[in-house]
Design a protein around this ligand. Structure first.
Ligand code: TRP
Ligand code: ZN
Length: 466
């Protein structure tokens, strides 16, 4: 086909692109590449619109001596259009082979992507599998988003600690790296004997062969990619159940002195307390992974088991990360600009925890921020905080204040009913600010757009009583 012919019609242009990107034959009419990039205002290039990932099966092998990761990712997906080609997010790393439905597929690397062209187009609504073999040394991300900390795949003295939010899971596994494409995940992780590998879901077994141990973890509840995690190192583990019966798994870095904080006890108590307040625990297990990570002092609500870099030593951080299992992990933001729905809720939970334990009444926590926050705190528009300040203090604390103002406006019973209904109505799915406002109005029978406009979308410190 000549280039001139190609430019004659849009359909022909698309066919032409397929050919140029390595397709072996022109597809039947109506097949086109899945749009690369879902158009998130903060991360426009993340994700692909042409398919829905259903399940990830990861076989990883990690060598702490060389830092090299080898992986085979088998992804089960369903086409959401007639698909001639599609992309997966993968940043760095070397891809050696791609198969689609068992047959070798051509691929090329783009900026943080693998563009894959199967031999045959995939009809809309049909299921297919993609297998990607890859290897390399994953590189963490940095910059302003997470407070100038490194995040992603982080080396520790005895292994690895991973934190994916918002865009770093694709630095160590190929995926559709966007919160609206949830899937289930199985991980098989092979490490030298003596090390433990921990991931999301429940431990399904470990098998030793030739001085290596393979740990299998299964997560059968939908999970957003940014919540995927692999931790490797020398760990002491303890498992059991919370008093209300939720399975509990705690891994504690063996090189750490026994902490002042009892992760087992507090994780157990927080899981049960939030169950009473927010509704049934959404996942198959609760827990914690406590690791020592040079230069890092944060925690992430990785699904089923939050990951704590050790300088995190406050009970309220555990309460925060466990609350994220409902708000963030089960009900997940639809776009990253809605991040206050994760952080404002988890921070409000943290305040509820401090209130419950007699440390500080919620009203006092609110007052302290209202009176004590520096002027620049009030410059962040919490409902759309912009990419580089998406985890700014105000997203957490003004987000929590918004919920407190709402609670005072509508009363305790409707407010706590709203928290439960929000967790229930969007369980394992996504939600946005507009939907939260609509639900709050429905439950309270009040008109609340003014309150939310003032607290989420207007710069400056709101007057009280508005
Ligand atoms: N969501 C984390 C919290 O609990 C903050 C966070 C965002 C984070 N991105 C991260 C932590 C990356 C570690 C790494 O508030
Ligand atoms: Zn948080």
């Amino acid at each position: 086909m000549s280039l001139r012919l190609c430019s004659l019609a849009i359909a022909a242009t698309l066919v032409c692109q397929v050919v140029l990107s390595g397709g072996t034959a022109a597809e039947p009419k109506g097949y086109r590449p899945g749009a690369s990039g879902l158009g998130d205002p903060y991360f426009p290039s993340l994700g692909n619109d042409g398919y829905d990932a259903r399940h990830y099966d990861l076989s990883l092998s990690y060598n702490p001596g060389t830092s090299a990761l080898e992986g085979v990712a088998t992804i089960s997906a369903k086409a959401t259009q007639n698909l001639s080609s599609f992309s997966l997010d993968l940043r760095g790393l070397h891809v050696s082979k791609v198969r689609v439905n068992g047959r070798t597929a051509s691929f090329r690397r783009g900026d943080a992507k693998i563009f894959i062209t199967p031999r045959h187009g995939i009809p809309n609504k049909t299921r297919f599998t993609v297998e990607v073999r890859y290897d390399g040394v994953p590189q963490p991300l940095g910059g302003p988003i997470v407070d100038d900390s490194k995040y992603g795949w982080l080396k520790t003295d005895d292994g690895v600690f991973t934190t994916g939010e918002p865009n770093a899971t694709s630095t160590w596994m190929p995926c559709n790296d966007y919160p609206t494409d949830k899937a289930t995940f199985d991980f098989r992780i092979k490490v030298p004997k003596g090390l433990t590998a921990i991931s999301n879901g429940r431990l399904a077994g470990s098998r030793e062969a030739n001085g290596q141990v393979t740990y299998t973890w299964r997560g059968h509840r939908p999970m957003a990619t940014y919540l995927a995690t692999v931790t490797i190192g020398k760990f002491s583990t303890r498992s059991g159940r919370t008093p209300r019966g939720v399975p509990l798994y705690i891994a504690y870095d063996q090189n750490l002195p026994a902490g002042q904080l009892d992760f087992y006890k507090i994780t157990s108590a927080a899981t049960d307390y939030w169950t009473q307040l927010f509704g049934p625990y959404p996942f198959e297990e609760t827990g914690a992974v406590v690791d020592s990570v040079p230069g890092v002092s944060y925690a992430l609500e990785t699904q089923t088991k939050p990951s704590y870099a050790v300088p995190v030593r406050h009970e309220h951080t555990i309460a925060h990360e466990i609350a994220h299992q409902w708000f963030g992990n089960s009900v997940t933001v639809r776009q990253w600009k809605d991040i206050w729905l994760n952080e404002g809720f988890a921070t409000y939970a943290q305040w509820l925890w401090a209130d419950r334990t007699g440390t500080k009444p919620v009203e006092k926590a609110f007052r302290e921020v209202y009176e004590g926050a520096p002027p620049e705190f009030w410059d962040i528009v919490v409902g759309d905080p912009q990419r580089d300040t998406m985890f700014a203090d105000a997203v957490y604390r003004r987000g929590a204040m918004t919920l407190h103002v709402l609670r005072k406006e509508i009363g305790d019973r409707p407010f706590f009913a709203l928290l439960k209904a929000w967790a229930q109505e969007h369980r394992y799915e996504n939600g946005d600010t507009r939907q939260l406002i609509a639900l709050a109005e429905k439950i309270s029978g009040r008109q609340l757009d003014g309150l939310f406009r003032t607290w989420l979308f207007t710069k400056g410190r709101p007057p009280l009583g508005s």
